[in-house]
Design a protein around this ligand. Structure first.
Ligand code: ADP
Length: 641
């Protein structure tokens, strides 16, 4: 071997050179002699040798003091003390400091070589020990890394896998492998019997696992379940767990879900006394947390799944058609009723564009999102004549849902009722005309008393009211039946002026101030002039009728983006918010109308029908005690006409 690098730091140049040249080099060592302290220190620090021979006195300092400093930086470097004469006290001091050996002048080459060999041997042993120690530490670290990796792996599987069986088995496997235990088990509480059963196990007999039942009372696992605290014990405290078997060492940790203990994860050694460490408890606890999360996830998932199935069954079997599409118009759900209505037979329609599946223009129109995200209602007529009431509802973060009820029978009833009302109204008109005629003749047949005259006036008033009602009903029947299909170009200002002039006497009677804000050059509309006059008359008539004396009524019109916007406002009593949705229904009168106010509740129904016939829209804005504004939007006539 030899060839080791040795630095000699001795104040006697002669002895130093002799050692270097005559003793060390011939023995095969690389030797360097330096007499001064500082260059010696620099050399040792920059290029650490395998051994240093140093004298207590240096030309420029204390050898022992230098060694003390160097030992801090190079704990494995052996130092050999050389003194110019035998000095046992100094030798003892040096050996206590940690010097490897000692020799003094005069010396034989054998003395020096023996000391060097001894020093190098010590160095070799220390290095070997360091290597072993490093290997041992690395092994420990590796074990920890393995543990962390296993935890990470299981953590990922908890979030990725919904199969509880796989996750729990992986948890028990990892607990056994990371702790080096003989066996492991995951016990869960059976709420109904109050006992623990084995949900997953490693290295237990299958029969044992299947039949395993452990009471909570007087058992260690039961204690963990009750207290929520882990239990560990080693060979010094062997105990009988449950009544079945004896273990030498064991770890039991609780499985907690939202603060409630639902089970126990355990590892044990039945045959050997292999001890469990603090680290093992931490690992098994972390694994127990994962198992608890997996069990909770599975519980939530199965609950959600049950709810989803319930909802799906309800949706599938309800008689109303239901269709849901996402924001891109792709089908998310179509229930049986809807499939039947539109003849959808294919199974895998989910995800397909609804336009490729359904041809019905009215439904596609409802499902197209250009109406904005507001719920609205419409009617859909199928090819076979069935009519559906379709309600569109936007569902945040999902898309649009449309529910459809079959109202064919209601439509039919409505038609029969309208026919009946028209026939009866028609038949009533002639007798009523006859009554009015004869009542007028009474006066001429002879003198009548004042009381009789009052009675005649009341009869005339009532018959006039009935006639007005019948006229309204007949009008409504005609408009709804589409008898007024013939349309012509109509200038709106003329219609408005006609209506206002026609009511001049009623306006003056109540001393209302009517303001017109209607430009002369409004674009014309395509419509039925008689019906448009009726529309204007009904709205203006209501304002005059419901607003108390000295009211202010404003009629305004303006053109905007191919539409005419007509507004009739008053500062009358207003309409209660709860009545507003119904005022366009037939015979509906708001709750704040005094009982002696004449009216049939048909005026606005007629207005609504006229607006619908003209492809327009109407709505009301009203505040109680402040006034009411009706807004009518009608399309401008096509310029080519
Ligand atoms: P009516 O024959 O009762 O006037 P309408 O169909 O014309 O029937 O109107 C329905 C109801 O709407 C009225 O009964 C009234 O309650 C309310 N209404 C209509 N216009 C006005 C208005 N300008 N001011 C207050 N309430 C109104």
């Amino acid at each position: 071997m030899a060839n080791e690098n040795i630095v000699i730091v001795i104040n006697h140049a002669e002895i130093g050179q002799q050692l270097e040249q005559a003793v060390l080099r011939p023995a095969g060592y690389q030797a360097t002699f330096i007499a001064e302290r500082q260059p010696a220190e620099d050399l040792i620090r920059s290029n650490p040798p395998d051994l240093v021979i140093i004298s207590d006195q240096l030309i420029d300092g204390d050898g022992l003091a230098l060694v003390e400093q160097l030992m801090g930086s190079f704990p494995n470097l052996p130092f050999i003390l050389f003194t110019s004469s035998y000095n046992p006290d100094l030798a003892v001091k040096a050996l206590r400091m940690g010097f490897a050996d000692y020799f003094y002048a005069p010396f034989s080459p054998g003395d020096a070589i023996a000391a060097i060999k001894h020093g190098l041997e010590r160095r070799r042993r220390m290095e070997q020990w360091s290597r072993l120690e490093a290997r041992r530490n690395t092994k420990n670290l590796q074990k920890r890394v393995d543990g962390l990796e296993a935890l990470q792996r299981i953590g990922r599987s908890v979030t990725a896998l919904l199969d509880l069986e796989t996750v729990l088995t992986a948890v028990v496997d990892a607990a056994v492998e990371l702790t080096g235990a003989e066996e492991g088990s995951l016990l869960l509480l059976d709420e109904s019997s109050g006992e623990l059963y084995m949900r997953a196990a490693r290295n237990f007999q299958e029969d044992f696992v299947r039949t395993f039942r452990l009471p909570i009372r007087d058992t260690l696992a039961g204690q963990v379940l009750r207290t929520g605290k882990p239990i560990t014990f080693d060979e010094k405290t062997p105990q009988k767990i449950k009544t079945a078997y004896l273990v030498h060492t064991l770890i039991y940790v609780p499985l907690q879900v939202h603060g409630r203990v639902i089970g126990v994860l355990g590892v044990d050694n039945r045959h050997t006394g292999h001890p469990f460490l603090e680290d093992h408890l931490t690992l098994v606890s972390a694994l127990a947390d994962y198992a608890a999360i997996a069990i909770d996830n599975a519980r939530l998932y199965s609950r959600t799944e049950i709810e989803r199935k319930k909802l799906e069954t309800v949706l599938t079997h309800v008689e109303d058609g239901v269709i849901v599409v996402d924001y891109d118009g792709r089908l998310l759900l179509a229930n049986d009723a809807l499939r039947a209505a539109f003849g959808l037979v294919e199974d895998n329609l989910v995800g397909k564009p609804v336009r490729d599946i359904i041809q019905n223009v009215e439904l596609l129109e409802i499902l197209s999102d250009d109406k904005g995200m507001h719920p609205f209602r419409s009617e859909i007529t199928l090819e076979d004549g069935r009519v559906f009431n379709a309600q569109m509802t936007p569902i945040p973060d999902v898309g649009l849902a449309v529910t459809m009820q079959d109202i064919t029978h209601l439509k039919e009833l409505d038609r029969i009722k309208s026919d009946f009302v028209s026939t009866v109204s028609h038949d009533l008109r002639s007798p009523l005309t006859a009554i009015l005629g004869y009542v007028e003749l009474i006066d001429r047949a002879g003198p009548v008393t004042d009381q009789q005259r009052e009675f005649i006036r009341r009869v005339q008033f009532s018959v006039n009211n009935i006639t007005a009602l019948i006229n309204d009903l007949l009008d409504l029947g005609r408009i709804e039946a589409g008898f007024d299909a013939r349309k012509e170009i109509v200038p709106l200002p003329a219609i408005i002026n006609y209506a206002v002039e026609g009511m001049r006497s009623r306006i003056e009677e109540k001393a209302h101030n009517v303001v017109l804000d209607v430009p002369d050059h409004l674009p014309p509309i395509l419509g039925n002039p008689v019906r448009l006059r009726q529309l204007m008359g009904n709205l203006l008539g209501n304002s005059i009728k419901y607003t108390l004396h000295h009211g202010k009524i404003t009629v305004s019109a303006q053109a905007e983006e191919g539409q005419i916007i007509l507004r009739i406002s008053d500062n009358g009593p207003g309409i209660p918010p709860s009545d507003q949705p119904y005022i366009f229904d037939k015979f509906y009168r708001a709750s704040n109308v005094p009982s002696d106010t004449p009216g049939t509740g048909l005026g606005l129904a007629i207005v609504k029908s006229i607006v619908d016939n003209h492809q327009g829209r109407i709505w009301v804005d009203s505040t109680l005690g402040q006034g009411t504004t009706f807004t009518v939007v009608l399309p401008v006539a096509d310029e080519d006409l």
